[in-house]
Every structure is written in C-alpha cells, then in structure tokens.
Design a protein around this ligand. Structure first.
Ligand SMILES: Cc1cc2nc3c(=O)[nH]c(=O)nc-3n(C[C@H](O)[C@H](O)[C@H](O)COP(=O)(O)OP(=O)(O)OC[C@H]3O[C@@H](n4cnc5c(N)ncnc54)[C@H](O)[C@@H]3O)c2cc1C
Length: 494
C-alpha cells in the first residue's frame, strides 16, 4: 500500500500532522524510532513517583484558548483533564543578589498590577511591555485565527528586535529585566538572542493562563494514541527512518526504515531535528546552500536535570514552579555557568493519584560542550563521565537546598541526567532542550522544501513547547491542505 503521507517522528508535531491529515481522509503512516509515540511526553517513574520530562505546564490551554482549541480540533481535548495552576503564583521567582522574590499571578491585568506594585517607578515600562507582548501574541498566525501567515510575520523572527532590545528601550532596571526574561528557560534562548515576537507568543500565553494536565504528559500521549487508532493511522514504533527515497524524477517515493523495509508514500513530512534530516535525504536533493543553512542552525541550551523523591509532601510546589537566579546577570548567561552557579527551575513530581507533590524535577541550563569529551552511546559512557555526573549532581543538589532550605533534609533519592542524556532522549545532536534555536538573525526552515513531496514540521519550524509543536503541525498541514481550510476547520471548533 502506498500511503498518502509518511510522517517521520511521532512527537507532538508529528502526531498533529498525522491526525490533521487523517481527519481529512488521507492514509497516513507515522514512524517513530522510540518504542512508544510521544516519547518526550511520557516521563518515567522512580520509587512510585512519576517524573514528567517534556511537559510540566503550558499556556493557551484555558477554555477557548489556542492550545485548547487545537486539541479539540485534533479530537483529544475531551480525552484529557486540565487543571489551573495557582492563580496567585504559577511561577515563583527568587533572586539572591539583590534579594528579591516575585510571584507571577495569572492574567495580564493581575500581572500588570503585581509588577507595578513591586516596581512603582516602572509602571509605564511595565504597561508598555505587557501591551507589546499582547499585541505580538495577537499577530501570531494560528494563535490568532484572523492573523495572516505573511512573509512579514516570519521575518519578524529573523530581524528582531530581541527581547533584550525591547526591555532596554523600556527600562534600565536590571532586576525587572531579569524577571521579565525568566521565561526564556521555557524556550532555551537568552533574552539577547530571542526574537521578541517569539518570546511574546510563549510568555504571553503563560501570562494569560497556566494549566497542567492531570496525569501529566503521559495522559496527553495516551489521548493521542487513542485518537491515532480511531482515525486509522498506521503507527510504526521502534522503527527508525534511515532514508527518504526519491523517484527517478526526484519526488519522494518512500521512507526506508533501519530494518530495510520501505514505507511507500506520495509525500513525507520530517519532524526530526533539521540536522538529522540531512542524513535522511540523498546528498544532491538539497542545494548546498540549504544543506549548509540546516547544518549551521544553532541549538537551544541543554541542561543538567535532577529527579528527586522526598520523604515528606511538598505542598509549596503544587501548581507553582520555582525559578531561581543567583544574580541578575544569570539570565543573560543561559548555560554559560558551572552547574550550581546559574539559573535553576524546579517543578513538582507526583505519586500516582496523589494531589500533593512527592518529589521534584530540577533543571539547570548547561552546555553540551561540558560533556562533549564523553560523547558516546547510552550505556557505553567512558570513564570520567560518571565522575562528572556525580559532581554535577552534588553541585545541583547543594544549590537547590541552599536556594530552597525547606527541601533540605527531605530528599530521599536523587538522580541526574546530563546534556548527553538530553541529546539521546530529545534526539537533538547537541542536547538542545528545544531543538534548534529561534533567534534573531537565524533563518529556521519552512515547511516546504525544493524536493517535491518533502515537507518539514517540528518545533524548529514554528515554536518550541507543546503548543509550539502543535502549531508547527498545523502550519505544515496548512501548507499542504491550504491555510484557509485549516483555519476554517479550526474556527468551526470555536
Ligand atoms: C526537559 C524538558 C521540559 C519541557 N517542559 C515543557 C513544558 O513544561 N511545557 C511545554 O509546553 N513544553 C515543554 N517542553 C518542550 C516540548 O516537550 C517540546 O517542545 C515538544 O514536545 C517538541 O515536539 P516535536 O514534535 O517538535 O519534537 P520531538 O518530540 O522531538 O519529536 C521528534 C520525534 O522524532 C523522532 N525521531 C527522530 N529521528 C527519527 C528517525 N530517524 N526515525 C524515526 N523517528 C525519529 C524522535 O524520537 C521524536 O520522538 C520541554 C522539553 C524538555 C526537553
């Protein structure tokens, strides 16, 4: 059987493509190298505590908001239960030098008042910043179904301004700038590099509303599986795509798998990291300049992560994450500092069915270059790496308990992962948490390629995060089926 579409990669964007095409009556094969679909969403358990990995919380999931609408359109909205994060403080920001704390309340108006009460001399800057965030969010195609997907909207990403440029124009207050840059941890690009338009779309969605999913990312993965089965998508897991095959005329004719099998298809959508795509496509299929462009895309920051179980419940983390920075320069140096000296993010982990957190995940930005010397396959790490990992975990644990003394003495077990683990787990060559960067001056790939029948999707194309990956899937399907059609169908779900 020749499929209409073979989608390579069953992450959120690949699943979105598969569901959108299947609901339009197309025959779709979804190819994933991991044993299960949506590997980033599934997390893992230790000592009875489930740790979410690629999903903790999101904006845009409130009733009628973009992600909620997208998930309903995909037929998974009523298969998950969402819950609102703490309205008074979904993220708690703490800085040591100067000593400062701030709780991000949910809602633009609440945030404006809370910020203005904390920085009374900066009211005008705060109002202007939030107005610009809201306006940029509204200009994002698909997030706003009336906004056009124009060259201009795409160029905004490349020419900037950056978040830092916007903030510098508004205020000289470094603490306020750090505070408003803290959500750069959600897309892995520093404020000096990230296009303000992208920051606004992501951070603005969190300012508007913040939700989690009961049962975490795993519940969403299961909902996706049920819908894929319902729509008759052929799901091929533990099957790595090794080549996109072309007909003598140069059009896509199939996807070759590692076991030699060919999945014949009229078109293929690759949702993998753009640099991995280069290994799949015959050498001459892309122009050298395009190959070079994909090969040189910069990667988002990596991280050392820790996964801790506690011997006492930690209610403070319920519906509220922690962002910690030692000083205001830390947000400009994402990953540029030794583990335990830079920014830190903590999020709750739960025992099955228990509403009070029983553990936490810590994420500390780090660079792949820290571990590049031990580059190796999982399970075959050279000596020296274990020592690095142990030391990194010690430093991270010390930082966490220094920053949050209430956790001190309660950690029962703690394990670490490094940029090498992230590289394997996220299928990103340099361990980028969110694949390649969206940054000022960098042209990320668009869905269409010059190879007839080959299309791209994934967080590199639109935006990182679960909402960004769904958006990428929709934008790619819009390129295939017509943006007006997809938008009309989405509006029909409003
Ligand atoms: C630690 C961490 C925490 C995060 N927290 C959040 C959060 O709280 N909220 C949020 O919204 N987002 C979060 N994210 C981001 C979010 O998970 C991602 O942006 C999103 O899942 C990316 O989806 P994707 O489909 O673009 O990419 P991926 O999920 O990477 O999908 C690509 C798929 O392709 C597969 N693949 C690669 N090569 C091949 C091949 N040759 N053959 C077959 N399959 C292949 C991969 O295995 C992968 O499954 C987090 C990410 C990380 C790493």
């Amino acid at each position: 059987m020749t499929y209409d579409y073979a989608v390579i990669g069953a992450g959120v964007s690949g699943i979105t493509c598969a569901l959108t095409l299947a609901r339009s009556g197309h025959q779709v094969a979804l190819i994933e190298q991991a044993p299960r679909t949506a590997p980033l969403l599934r997390g893992f358990s230790r000592h009875g505590v489930h740790f979410d990995t690629g999903f903790h919380y999101t904006g845009g999931l409130g009733p009628g908001e973009p992600l909620e609408l997208f998930l309903r359109y995909l037929g998974v909205g009523d298969r998950i239960e969402t819950f609102c994060f703490d309205e008074r403080g979904f993220d708690l920001f703490r800085c040591d030098a100067p000593a400062f704390e701030f709780s991000f309340p949910i809602g633009f108006a609440n945030l404006r008042e809370q910020l203005a009460a904390t920085f009374p001399a900066e009211r005008q800057a705060i109002e202007s910043y939030l107005e610009q965030v809201a306006a940029a969010g509204q200009a994002m195609p698909y997030l706003n179904l009336e906004a056009e997907l124009s060259q201009e909207s795409l160029l905004q990403r490349v020419i900037g301004p950056s978040l830092r440029e916007v903030l510098d124009r508004l205020t000289g207050n470094e603490l306020l700038k750090s505070l408003l840059s803290v959500h750069s941890l959600l897309y892995g690009v520093s404020s000096r590099e990230v296009p303000f338009a992208l920051h606004a779309a992501i951070a603005g969605s969190y300012y508007q509303s913040v939700r989690g999913i009961r049962g975490g990312g795993l519940s969403l993965a299961r909902a996706f599986d049920a819908r894929l089965a319902e729509l008759g998508v052929t799901v091929l897991c533990s099957r790595q795509a090794t080549a996109i095959e072309l007909s003598p005329g140069g059009a896509v004719s199939g996807v070759r798998l590692a076991d030699g099998e060919l999945v014949p298809c009229a078109a293929a959508i690759a949702t993998v990291h753009p640099q991995l795509l280069l290994d799949l496509v015959p050498e001459g299929a892309f122009r050298p300049v395009y190959r070079k462009r994909l090969a040189s895309l910069e990667e988002t920051v990596s991280a050392v992560l820790c996964f801790a179980t506690c011997d006492a419940p930690i209610p403070g983390l319920s519906g509220s994450n922690r962002f910690y920075i030692p000083d205001t320069a830390a947000m400009d140096e994402l990953g540029g500092r030794a583990v335990g000296r830079g920014a830190l993010y903590l999020s709750a982990a739960y025992r099955d069915g228990d509403p009070v957190p029983a553990g936490f995940i810590g994420i500390c930005p780090a660079l792949y270059s820290d571990v590049a010397a031990w580059q190796s396959r999982r399970g075959e790490r050279p000596t020296g790496y274990a020592e690095y990992k142990e030391e990194a975990l010690e430093r991270l644990t010390a930082q966490i308990t220094r920053a949050y003394p209430e956790l001190s003495g309660h950690i029962r077990s703690i394990e670490a992962s490094t940029p090498l683990t992230v590289s394997d787990y996220c299928a990103t060559p340099l361990g980028g948490l969110y694949g390649v960067k969206h940054m000022v001056g960098q042209y990320n790939p668009q869905p269409a390629t010059r190879v007839p029948g080959l299309f791209l999707s994934g967080q590199a194309v639109a935006s990182p995060g679960v909402m960004g990956a769904v958006l990428a899937g929709l934008v790619t399907c819009g390129t295939l089926l017509g943006h007006d059609r997809i938008r009309k169908e989405l509006k029909g779900c409003c």
